[in-house]
Design a protein around this ligand. Structure first.
Ligand code: BGP
Length: 478
């Protein structure tokens, strides 16, 4: 079998998000965030994608499962020791905004929240693991949603600035890799999580949505500039949900449509955050949909000055498109739409598995931007079975990851500058789109179930030992 040569110092590791794993609900003065008020289970996806959610806070119904997570808040030492055993070089995590500013609009940061992440970063460093920190991962304070309308409000930029200054100043000696907004473009399909407001009527998809994006771009540029100033030796990236778009066939109309979808979904945010300007295709889209944004004096200059150092992106699937399709055909595709690709198999959640698509994505992104890339999420959500002897034989996950790592190896040979790879949900955690526990990604199994039962005990899966070897051989042994 061909072996691959990953660059020396390649950043192998795993990825998580605070809201999906911490638990510690309300502890250390933590405030409520968006994930805390979303229901778990199948209901969640339709809420994320169908207009009308109004952020009702119903304790009985909405506080499960993100409020429990996997109790990383109390078990981080045990978990970090397991990551260290696998040989992680980096650990991607997020800071919950609501631990630092519980309501988002306070003037002073919450010391207990700051101290919690000090403990986590210290523990990581004790094991020689560098933290890679997402500043905002679907965790906006609910108060900012209810009182200000989420990212539609310009005031939120000021609150965010206060938040990033607090964390950069506090962790300047401990964190050298940062990312601003998780999967920023997901706001195009799931505005609740990404932009902090829910679509109520069709028009909300236009001016309000893009105004919210504009505020995030300004906030991102402010964060990049502050990071460079406060932590000159740090690198700060954007984070994009990337799914290459294929044309269903060679009909030029479908090819053009796929190209348009590709640009709209995959490149709109990257063009602003990496190149520092709104691309021509989005200006045409604004014109055609009568979108008029409130862009204040200095905003465009700021966006130009605050471009990111690298592109972090998630890769789970590709998407196949044709211009004219029935609703039924469209529903056969992925989370973000599209039609079924006859060449691909899908996961149990219908996400099409396409390792070659990762090589394509890496080449496309590098061709377009010529900045270092970082695969910060990739993995297989699957049902795992614990055997009678306690073992978990997740060969399907190993196969999935092996093929994707090979695709990265090929892309590196193609000339792509790739910094690292953090597999998503390196320890089982709550699924973002479905709120389920049974959709597992981890190398480490957590005894927790959709009905809330479970001891939270951690167990090493077969993939744990496999990934440990991958890291130890810098990707040569797959
Ligand atoms: C990304 C999110 C993560 C994560 C992952 C897997 O969209 O950034 O938070 O959860 O997808 O998705 P899911 O949990 O829905 O399977």
């Amino acid at each position: 079998m061909k072996s691959y040569h990953f660059p020396e110092g390649f950043l192998w590791g795993g990825a998580t998000a605070a809201n999906q794993m911490e638990g510690g609900f309300g502890e250390g003065n933590k405030g409520l965030n968006i994930a805390d008020v979303l229901p778990g289970g199948k209901e969640r996806l339709s809420i994320l994608q169908t207009p009308g959610f109004n952020f009702e806070i119903d304790k009985e119904k909405y506080y499960y499962p993100n409020h429990e997570g996997i109790d990383f808040y109390h078990r981080y030492k045990e978990d970090i020791a397991l990551f260290a055993e696998m040989g992680f070089k980096v650990f991607r995590m997020s800071i919950a905004w609501t631990r630092i500013f519980p309501n988002g609009d306070e003037l002073e940061a919450n010391e207990e929240g700051l101290a919690f992440y000090d403990r986590v970063f210290d523990e990581l460093h004790k094991h020689g693991i560098e933290p890679v920190v997402t500043i905002s991962h679907y965790e906006m304070p609910v108060n900012l949603v209810k009182e200000y309308g989420g990212w539609r409000s310009r005031e939120v930029v000021t609150f965010f600035e206060r938040y990033v200054n607090a964390i950069f100043n506090r962790y300047k000696d401990k964190v050298k890799y940062w990312m601003t907004f998780n999967e920023i473009n997901s706001g195009l399909v799931m505005p609740i999580m990404g932009l902090g407001f829910s679509i109520q009527k069709e028009e909300d998809r236009y001016t309000p949505t893009f105004q919210a994006f504009h505020h995030q771009f300004v906030a991102s540029a402010i964060a990049v500039k502050a990071c460079h100033q406060i932590i000159p030796d740090a690198k700060i990236g954007c984070m994009i949900l990337y799914a290459p778009v294929y044309s269903y066939d060679s009909n030029p109309k479908n090819v053009m449509y796929a190209l348009q979808e590709e640009r709209f979904f995959n490149y709109f945010c990257g063009d602003v955050q990496v190149r520092g300007e709104y691309p021509a295709f989005i200006n045409r889209y604004f014109k055609e949909h009568n979108i008029e944004l409130d862009i204040r004096e200095g905003d465009l200059e700021l966006i130009k000055e605050g471009t990111v150092d690298y592109i972090g992106f998630s890769y789970y699937m590709s998407r196949t498109e044709k211009k004219e399709k029935s609703d039924l055909e469209n529903s056969q595709g992925n989370l973000i739409g599209g039609v079924k690709n006859p060449f691909l198999k899908a996961s149990d959640w219908g996400w099409e598995i396409d390792p070659e698509g990762l090589r394509i994505s890496l080449n496309q992104l590098y061709d377009r931007y010529q900045v270092p890339l970082f695969v910060v999420e990739n993995g297989l959500g699957a049902y795992d079975k614990v055997e009678e002897d306690g073992s978990i034989n997740d060969d399907y996950r190993i196969d999935y990851l092996r093929e994707h790592i090979k695709a990265m190896g090929e892309a590196i040979e193609d000339g792509v500058d790739l910094m690292g790879y953090t597999s998503w949900g390196c320890i089982d955690l709550v699924s973002a789109s479905s709120g389920e526990f049974s959709k597992r990604y981890g190398f480490i199994y957590v005894d927790k179930h959709d009905d809330g039962s479970g001891t939270l005990e951690r167990k090493k899966k077969k993939s744990f030992f496999w990934y440990k070897d991958v890291i130890a051989t810098n990707g040569e042994k797959l």
